[in-house]
Design a protein around this ligand. Structure first.
Ligand code: ATP
Ligand code: MG
Length: 261
């Protein structure tokens, strides 16, 4: 599918409502320490600015802070220090309730394990964030999105009646349904075979591109990272490298040099 198909869907999409700058997400000196007998410094001063419409891959060894970074950037978790701005709004200043409302409107999240609600149909799963936000879901929009992820006609299926790749595509449709400013995906292809993973990623990329959304994914796979506009490498809670216009070979070389450093 190419962007030349866009006129089919674009007319129903309003322009982004809160993007007053060209930066969709900004992290400034974000720290995250998990309390405990031995406090864990999962993020040690991460600063990032993600341009609107960009596709960023976050890479790094296990335990380097990738999931923590995504959770803090998405407002699912509260940083111990620093600031997170989404579409020009400083989310660190929001109360827990206001943050939940803000997230439902402006943030989509795709989890590695899909997180679909098992007793709800595909249709209800996709519409859930908007229903939870107390708004009337747009059924035609749901149909367009399910079509965009290749699941036209799957509305009444249950998550248990789907393959892994199909379930992940439902999760992507759900993340995009509220037309969020930014979509975060934590290893969205991690549980899939490489071919299914690539097709799911392609769906995420083309769909987000059509709607001008900003995407941030975590991945361990250089082939997946190569789809991004930019790769950010984390180690021990810090950004240690960046790579623009990555190829799988360049990503692999950079990973090996970081591992050797
Ligand atoms: N809820 C928590 N409580 C305490 N420590 C945590 C918590 N969540 C994560 N950590 C710790 O914070 C550090 C960063 O974890 P995080 O999950 O962000 O890593 P990651 O890069 O996503 O790793 P992986 O590739 O294995 O998913 C790790 O040392 C981890 O043990
Ligand atoms: Mg993780």
């Amino acid at each position: 599918m190419t962007t030349s198909d866009a006129p089919v869907i674009t007319p129903s999409i309003p322009p982004p409502t809160i993007t007053s700058t060209t930066t969709a997400v900004e992290l400034r000196e974000v720290h995250k320490t998990y309390a405990g007998a031995e406090p864990v410094h999962a993020l040690r001063g991460v600063s990032l600015a993600l341009p609107t419409g960009s596709f960023t891959a976050v890479m790094g060894p296990s335990g380097s802070g990738k999931s923590t970074l995504l959770s803090c950037a998405a407002g699912l978790d509260v940083p111990s220090g620093g600031r997170v701005t989404i579409g020009g709004h400083d989310i660190s200043t929001l109360s827990a309730d206001a943050l939940t409302r803000f997230r439902r409107e402006h943030v989509g999240f795709v989890f590695q394990s899909y997180n679909l609600v098992p007793h709800l149909s595909v249709a209800d799963n996709v519409e859930l964030p908007v229903v939870l936000a107390g708004r009337e879901p747009d059924h035609a929009w749901r149909a367009e999105l399910l079509d965009a992820v290749g699941l036209s006609g799957y509305d009444e299926r249950r998550p248990t009646e789907l393959s892994g790749g199909q379930a992940q595509r439902v999760a992507i449709a759900r993340a995009l349904f509220a037309k969020p400013t930014v979509v975060f995906a934590d290893e969205p292809t991690g549980a899939l075979d490489s071919r299914t993973g690539r097709s799911v990623l392609e769906v995420l990329r083309t769909t987000a591109q059509r709607f001008g959304q900003t995407v941030v994914i975590v991945t361990h796979d250089p082939q997946v990272a190569a789809v991004a506009d930019r790769v950010v490498f984390l180690a021990d809670g810090r950004v240690v490298d960046r790579l623009d216009r990555p190829t799988a070979e360049l990503v692999l070389t950079r990973m090996l040099s970081l591992a050797g450093a």
